[in-house]
Design a protein around this ligand. Structure first.
Ligand code: NAG
Ligand code: NAG
Ligand code: NAG
Length: 390
């Protein structure tokens, strides 16, 4: 029995002793959606693309409408997802891939990696796709790669995660490897925002440690051990901000305002970049559930995959992807209601999509095409990519 199972049993035992349940655990269960009733919205005009399953993250290329997806297999995810304590290297694919999907032609392209010394393979998670500053058709693709550790058991030391930087061209099926970035600040990388120079990025660490019981303190005791780091391929890496709670998806607006999702308590934190590539918190917007991966649309609105029933998603669906888990999407915007502004309600969070999981299961990433009015949804263990007309 692993430490985690011991811990889970302890939690259940403690829960039975009354007060702990009433004052501590039950509110947590509410927050994690144990009793939440799903209210379907905007889930009727959707199609599924079953060829694209277990795609953790998707990024929309707005000018062309093409989406880039970081995919795996549902089976590999259940064995190897360091972010949710899955450390079975034997069951991992290390052969994950990036695909493009063009909604105009329904064409799926699996990109081939070129110049990538793939001895240790590729295990996907967060991704960013950024047009190059110097040529509009050239794109930089930044990928989190959860490699197996060398010479140790992953159960003991966790993943040896790195960031891989590739170059591609719009419409090309080749990803050319440029650089692997490894650093002691890249502990438990989750998501990434890349720069248009192909050389630097911000990333979130979704835990303070790679493995161990302390990780549970974040969920159950409100510890704030997560962080955002910044790396430049020649100048190195440093932490941009630490002491954040549940850091998950990260996204950047055109004016370089940063948004970091809180996967535990819910909502997003808004941060401002300093000259030295550190970040300071300027605001936060809370909602009633955990928030996953974020994206900013061309109108400057933030879209977030949110988790209606986190316990179901994490303990049932991630365990067995054939068990459906509900999905929802929130849309964050500046509050323009003149009646509310005097009361300090600066931002608005609207739930714009929800499904009970029978069609759209376990979504962890959402992006909205403002021009074509299409909402894209994928998930860590999802059976398919979903595209909804909004
Ligand atoms: C790890 O993965 C392998 C291959 O899928 C599987 O046979 C094995 O049972 C898994 N081990 C655990 C502890 O889940
Ligand atoms: C930056 O852009 C975002 C998104 O459009 C907007 O909400 C925010 O107010 C802007 N921030 C500043 C400081 O201009
Ligand atoms: C980049 C990314 O995909 N981040 C998160 C998306 O959601 C899943 C499910 O909770 C997380 O495990 C990922 O870390």
């Amino acid at each position: 029995m692993g430490l985690q199972s011991v811990f889970n049993i302890l939690v259940v035992l403690a829960a039975i002793s009354g007060g702990f349940w009433q004052f501590y655990l039950q509110p947590k269960f509410v927050q994690f959606g144990r009793y939440r009733v799903v209210e379907p919205i905007n889930n009727k005009r959707c199609i599924a693309v079953p060829e694209l399953s277990a795609c953790e993250k998707l990024v929309l290329h707005q000018p062309s409408g093409i989406v880039y997806l970081a995919c795996s297999t549902p089976s590999s995810r259940t064995h190897w997802t360091p972010a949710v304590n899955r450390f079975n290297v034997t069951g991992a694919s290390f052969n994950d891939y990036i695909a493009t999907y063009d909604p105009k032609s329904s064409k799926i392209t699996r990109l081939k990696m070129f110049n990538f010394n793939s001895e240790r393979g590729f295990s996907s998670h967060g991704m960013d796709v950024v047009p190059s500053a110097t040529s509009a058709d050239e794109l930089f693709v930044y990928l989190i790669n959860h490699r197996a550790p060398l010479g140790a058991s992953a159960y003991d030391v966790g993943a040896d995660s790195a960031v891989e930087i590739f170059r591609t061209a719009l419409g090309s099926d080749i990803l050319t490897h440029l650089q692997t970035v490894e650093d002691s600040t890249i502990v438990t990388p989750n998501d990434i925002v890349g720069e248009s120079d192909g050389k630097s990025f911000y990333f979130t660490n979704d835990y303070g440690e790679k493995v161990g019981w302390k990780r549970h303190l974040d969920i159950w005791a409100g510890r704030k051990s997560t962080s955002v780091g910044h790396c430049h391929v020649t100048d190195g890496c440093h932490l941009a901000i630490s002491g954040l709670q549940g850091s998950n998806g990260i996204a950047m607006a055109e004016n370089r305002t940063f948004y970091v999702a809180n996967g535990l308590v819910g909502g997003i934190t808004i941060l401002e970049e300093q000259m030295d590539h550190t970040l300071v918190i300027t605001d936060s917007i809370s909602i009633d559930r955990g928030v996953d991966n974020l994206s900013v649309d061309s109108g400057g609105h933030v879209w977030a995959a949110s988790i209606p029933q986190a316990m179901k998603t994490v303990f049932e669906h991630f365990e067995d992807p054939t068990i459906p888990a509900p999905s929802s999407v929130h849309h964050f915007s500046i509050n323009t209601n003149p009646q509310e502004i005097p009361y300090g309600i600066k931002y608005k969070a609207d739930k714009v999509f929800e499904d009970d999981g029978s069609f759209v299961s376990g979504s962890t990433s959402a992006a909205f095409d403002t021009e074509r009015k299409l909402l894209f949804l994928t998930g860590l263990c999802s059976p398919h990519l979903t595209i909804c007309n909004m």
